[in-house]
Design a protein around this ligand. Structure first.
Ligand code: GLU
Length: 394
C-alpha cells in the first residue's frame, strides 16, 4: 500500500520507541530501569479523579464544542492570569488531545510549505517532524551545556530568512531542563518584533522550576509580545495526567478561531470527561503540584552530582523540568564489551542491551554526544541506574 511522501519521511518518536522497548523487555521478565520517557511516576491527585467520576455520573459523556467546554477554556484563562499575569478571553483558547496535539494544531495553523521555524538544539524530538508534516522546515541553532544551553542571539539573527515564520521557545526545556534567562528572553522578543515573527512558547514544564525560579514567558512582556506569542500547554506534566490527553493553545482570537476550525474537521473535541477533570486540576487545590516539584528537586539533587562523579560524564544542573542531559562524548568512539560505541544512538542501544537501562540518545534532539535521562521515576531506580551506568562505562 502506498504511503504518502510526507508521512514516509517522518521518523518514529524516539522517546516513545525507547519507553516501548523498555516495557517490552520488562514484560519478558528483564529488570530494565527506564529513564526513557518524561512521565511523572505519581498518581493523578484524588480531587481530579473525583471530578472525572462526577462527570461520568452526571453523563457528561457527549460531544463538546470542538475547542473545548466553556468552563475549561475559562479555567485556562483564570490559570494564565494567576500563573503568568496575562489576561486572555476563552475565545483565545483551543483545548486539544494533549500538548503534542496543541503544538501540531499551532504548526498547521501557522505554516505554509517552505516556511521555516527557528528552534534551539537540543530540542524535543517531535518539533522538527511536526514542522516537516506541514511541508515546512526547522532551522536548528545549537546550544551547549557549557553555556547552560542559552542561545547566541547573533546566531539567531543570522538564521533569519524571508521564510522564517516563528521562533520556538521551550523553557524549561525538554530534553535539557535548561531555563532561558531574562536576557535571552528579552533578546528573542526583540528579534521577533524586529522581524515580524511569531513566538511559539511550549510552556508544558512551567510549574516544574527549581531553586525559587519564576517562570518567564514572552506573553507577559507587553501587548505586542502577547499578540505575537502562541502558548502551548497542558495538564500532563503538572498534574501527573499524561494519559488523560488534555492540552491547549492560547493565541490571538483570529488564530485560535482558525485552529478551532482545523480541529473541528480533524478530531472534534478532546475527551469530555478528561476536560471536566482538567477544570478541577487547574482551579482546585494546587498542593500536589508543590509536593511533586519538591520530590523532583530532591531527585535532581541526587542525580546530577552522582552522574558527574562518573568519569567522562559532564552533567549540567537543570533549572526545570525532569530531565538531565549529560555530555557523554568522552565515551563515544570507545569499544565497550566488544562493541564500538560511535554515536549517542549506539550508546542508547549499548546501555539498554548490556546494562538494562533505557535512556534516549542526544542525536535525535539535535545535539550529538549527549544522552537524555528522565528523573520522573523512583529514587531507588535512579540509584540503581547510576550504578549500572558507572559500571557500563568503566
Ligand atoms: N514529552 C515526553 C517525552 O519527551 C513524552 C513522550 C513524547 O510524547 O515524546 O518523553
Amino acid at each position: 500500500m502506498q504511503v504518502s511522501e510526507l508521512v514516509s519521511g517522518i521518523a518514529p518518536s524516539p522517546t516513545i520507541a525507547g519507553s516501548t522497548k523498555a516495557k517490552q523487555m520488562q514484560a519478558q521478565g528483564l529488570d530494565v530501569r527506564s529513564f526513557a520517557i518524561g512521565e511523572p511516576d505519581f498518581g493523578t491527585p484524588e480531587n481530579i479523579i473525583e471530578a472525572a467520576r462526577r462527570a461520568m455520573a452526571e453523563q457528561k459523556t457527549k460531544y463538546t464544542p470542538a475547542a473545548g467546554i466553556p468552563q475549561l477554556r475559562q479555567a485556562v484563562c483564570d490559570a494564565a492570569l494567576r500563573d503568568i499575569g496575562v489576561e486572555y478571553s476563552p475565545s483565545q483558547v483551543v483545548v486539544s488531545n494533549g500538548g503534542k496535539h496543541a503544538l501540531m494544531n499551532i504548526w498547521r495553523t501557522l505554516l505554509n510549505p517552505g516556511d521555516e521555524v527557528i528552534m534551539f538544539a537540543p530540542y524535543w524530538v517531535s518539533y522538527p517532524e511536526q514542522v516537516r508534516l506541514c511541508g515546512a522546515r526547522h532551522v536548528g541553532i545549537v546550544t551547549s551545556g557549557d553555556d547552560d544551553f542559552q542561545p547566541d542571539l547573533d546566531e539567531v539573527r543570522a538564521a533569519i530568512t524571508p521564510r522564517t515564520r516563528a521562533i520556538l521557545i521551550n523553557s524549561p526545556s525538554n530534553p535539557s531542563g535548561a531555563v532561558f534567562t531574562q536576557a535571552t528572553m528579552e533578546g528573542l522578543a526583540e528579534i521577533a518584533c524586529a522581524h515580524d515573527l511569531a513566538i511559539v512558547s511550549d510552556e508544558i514544564y512551567k510549574h516544574l522550576l527549581y531553586d525559587g525560579r519564576q517562570h518567564l514567558t514572552t506573553a507577559s512582556m507587553g501587548e505586542e509580545l502577547k499578540n505575537r506569542t502562541i502558548i502551548a500547554d497542558g495538564v500532563a506534566k503538572t498534574y501527573s495526567m499524561t494519559g488523560w490527553r488534555i492540552g491547549w493553545l492560547i493565541a490571538p482570537p483570529e488564530f485560535a478561531k482558525a485552529a478551532e476550525n482545523l480541529q473541528s474537521q480533524e478530531t472534534s473535541n478532546p475527551n469530555s470527561i478528561a476536560q471536566w477533570a482538567s477544570v478541577e486540576a487547574l482551579l482546585g487545590p494546587q498542593d500536589s503540584v508543590a509536593e511533586m516539584r519538591a520530590a523532583f528537586a530532591a531527585r535532581r539533587d541526587y542525580l546530577v552530582p552522582a552522574l558527574n562523579e562518573i568519569p567522562g560524564v559532564k552533567c549540567p544542573l537543570p533549572g526545570g523540568a525532569f530531565y538531565v542531559f549529560p555530555d557523554i562524548s568522552a565515551h563515544l568512539g570507545r569499544e565497550l564489551q566488544g562493541q564500538v560505541v560511535a554515536t549517542s544512538v549506539d550508546m542508547e542501544l549499548y546501555l539498554i542491551e548490556k546494562a538494562l537501562i533505557a535512556t534516549v540518545a542526544g542525536g535525535p534532539f539535535g545535539t550529538e554526544g549527549y544522552l537524555r535521562l528522565s528523573f520522573a521515576c523512583s529514587m531507588e531506580d535512579l540509584q540503581e541506574g547510576v550504578k549500572r551506568l558507572r559500571e557500563a562505562l568503566a
